[in-house]
Design a protein around this ligand. Sequence first.
Ligand code: F6R
Length: 366
Amino acid sequence: EKGGYDSFMLKEIYEQPQAIKDTFRGRMLVDQGLIKMAGVDDHIDKFLNAKRILVVACGTSWHAGLVAEYIFEELARIPVEVEYASEFRYRNPVINEDDVVIAISQSGETADTMAAIKLAKENGAFVFGVCNVVGSSISRETHAGAYTHAGPEIGVASTKAFTTQITVLTLIALQLAKKKGKISTSQFHNYLVELESIPSKVKDALESNDHIEQIASVYKNAKNCLYLGRGFNFPVALEGALKLKEISYIHAEGYPAAEMKHGPIALIDSDMPVVVIATKKGHYEKVVSNIQEIKSREGKIIGVVTQGDIDVRGLADHAIEVPDTLEFLTPLLTTIPLQLLSYHIAIALGRDVDQPRNLAKSVTVE
Ligand code: F6R
């Protein structure tokens, strides 16, 4: 059942090229320059007239929502707010009839997300679900939706659900960008072509597995770890830190790289590994200067870099390469080494990666 892998988590990490492909298959018609998603197309006026999009979710699904915020705003120019479902449901939020609420949930059973959906519906919003489990409570409670086609996710730590959530949300953002006339036909086509190449680029990123295992053996006894990223990769930093906490029980925090100097930099010394997502895209130079600041305080740097990068490689203690892609698609690649890093650290510490202590696969109580 683990298909020759030692754990469900590792199997699911390796299933991502296929899971992403399965998620866009039939929806993205590259030759025709079209995206077809019934759940979106049937309610296209709701999306196009929305003054804003509210995302409600928990945990890793909330991180996918944050990535979506960056992608929707960049491509479709629709304002997005991302809320923890547990906060949203209790804080008497402002919800309007012309809001579109997107609820993201792998299991489709998360109690807080379900309660947030009910509240949004009571206030007249249109609620769209992004779930993995077919027929789940959330998929039934929402007005419309689009499933991720990740297949069953058994490992408690979410991996392929995250990357397929980002895939679905990217398809929606592209569809809205096109319909709103925010991107040209040729841009749209180029974006689809690049998205289609992501599964094979994820495969390339997985090739770093042995190198990452080696890095994990160096840092497995760390007490703390910092994850930094900017822009589209800020949420990836949060997700990388969550993954490490969940399965290795090492304390980790994710930050936008530039926030470091507003506090976390005080933590940096020679015992502090800092994972920096430094792909060669917007703000690259700024991330490089953040890395220099860490270096000068003797922090250990694990850089996630674009293939062929030399600047960060020269500064970092370790550099893990991912293929080049469009900036808004980089989270689908940069996530991979962070999943593998937490996996190998947890294994090196003898943890049960599939069933970490104190955690359940779906949180059906508050
Ligand atoms: C992280 C993790 C949790 C879930 C969260 C939401 O690896 O598994 O943080 O992401 O409990 O679960 P769903 O997506 O099922 O609503």
